[in-house]
Structure formats: C-alpha cells, structure tokens
Write a protein that binds this ligand. Structure first.
Ligand code: MD3
Ligand code: FE
Length: 201
C-alpha cells in the first residue's frame, strides 16, 4: 500500500476508512468500552491524564505512581476484551506482517484533552511498528525528534486516517496538542478516539 504522505518517517494513509467502515469500527469500539470502561490513568507525577483510556487484547496499557507498563487485567479486575476483527484487518493491510498486535490502546479525547510529547517505549521490541487509527474530531498531531527538543512539525489527523510508525520513526517523540471539537459528525457528543495497535511481548 502507498501512503498519502510520509512525514519524518511516519506513513499517513488519509481516509483509509470510509464513513461506513468508521461507523462499523465505532460499534466495535463501544463494545470494548462497555466491557472495559474508560478511565484516566494517573501519571507517575500523581496527576490524572486528560485523555481517558482503555484497551483490548492480551495486554492493556496502564499507568500509576509506580510508572508506565502493560497489564493483563483492567483496573476493575476483568480481562481486556479481544481486539476486534475490524481493527486487526487494518493492521494486516498496512503492515503486511504475520505477527499481530497484543494491545489495542483506546484513547478518548474530550473537550480540552491533550497528550504531551512522549516516546512509546514500554514494548519489548521496537522493530515492530505501531499503527494508529483516528475516529471522530480532528486532532493536531505534533511530531518531534528521536531525542527530546529540536524543531517539531504538526499535521491534522481526521476521522478515518491511519498512520504507521515504524523503522527509524518508531522512537520519535510525538503528542496531540488539541482537538477541533465538533469537526466530525461521527460521535454524537463530539470528541476523538484514537486506537493504537502494539506488539508488546
Ligand atoms: C509515533 N497517541 O497512545 S497516535 C499514544 O492520537 C499516542 O492518541 C496519540 O501517542 C493519539 O501513545 C498519537 C500516534 C502515535 C502512536 C504511537 C507512536 C505515534 C507514534 C509510537 C511511536 C512513534
Ligand atoms: Fe504515543
């Protein structure tokens, strides 16, 4: 598959999911949140994140005062629900890998939610890419460098866009500065959902 554009090694597939595919995936995402409710992870600094999260798959991403890590159970004690077939189909199409992700992290951005610049390094093997799927309102996504600091570039991500973060880009700093509330009609009450697919083990 050919990306629409590549920026600092990130492959952006604009409009990868059409309106019908987005609506179908949203149904699957709602089922995840029904089985494993969204929560606001505590940062190691003791403040709750503004983004609400949950996961599907064998592992879910978790954070508290002792740090960032993957857990086998939702904080309520239930197992994370399985990653939906609709989501795995996107991974298969854009990566072409035999290995499948063990975590689908679901981020929900309501009014005012943002995510500071960070690296994703809680996974065992950085040779596997991370795949991101955007649903709902537009987000201003910021891309930095492989070390802290330096010039950044920003792009808007819209509902249905898919991004692959692999190779040299896997350890690039990135974050979400803001959401354009109400820019998409997909979610009745607005907001943005981002799914990230991760090989954990
Ligand atoms: C680049 N989420 O959950 S997705 C995250 O839109 C996260 O919710 C953002 O950053 C969001 O960790 C951005 C894009 C993303 C995800 C993982 C990456 C970009 C990445 C890992 C390595 C490099
Ligand atoms: Fe990230």
């Amino acid at each position: 598959m050919t990306p629409t554009l590549t920026i600092r090694g990130f492959q952006v597939f604009r409009g990868f999911l059409d309106a019908a595919a987005q609506a179908a995936m949203l149904k699957d995402v709602r089922a995840i949140a029904a089985a494993a409710p969204l929560f606001s992870p505590m940062t190691p600094y003791g403040r709750p994140m503004s983004v609400r999260m949950t996961s599907a798959g064998r592992y879910g991403w978790f954070s508290d005062r002792s740090g960032y890590r993957y857990e086998r159970l939702h904080p309520s004690g239930v197992a994370w629900p399985p990653i939906p077939a609709s989501v795995l189909a996107v991974w298969d199409a854009v990566t072409g890998l035999d290995r499948r992700p063990e975590c689908c992290l679901l981020n929900f951005y309501g009014e005012g939610a943002r995510m500071g610049l960070h690296q994703d390094r809680d996974e065992a093997d950085f040779t596997f890419p991370i795949v991101s799927i955007s649903l709902g309102d537009d987000a201003l996504f910021r891309i930095g460098n492989r070390t802290r600091g330096g010039r950044t570039e920003s792009i808007w991500l819209a509902s249905g866009d898919v991004v692959v973060f692999g190779g040299d880009a896997r350890l690039t700093y990135h974050g979400v500065d803001r959401i354009r509330q109400g820019s998409s009609g997909l979610l009745n009450d607005g907001g943005r959902i981002n799914l990230t697919l991760r090989v954990v083990d």
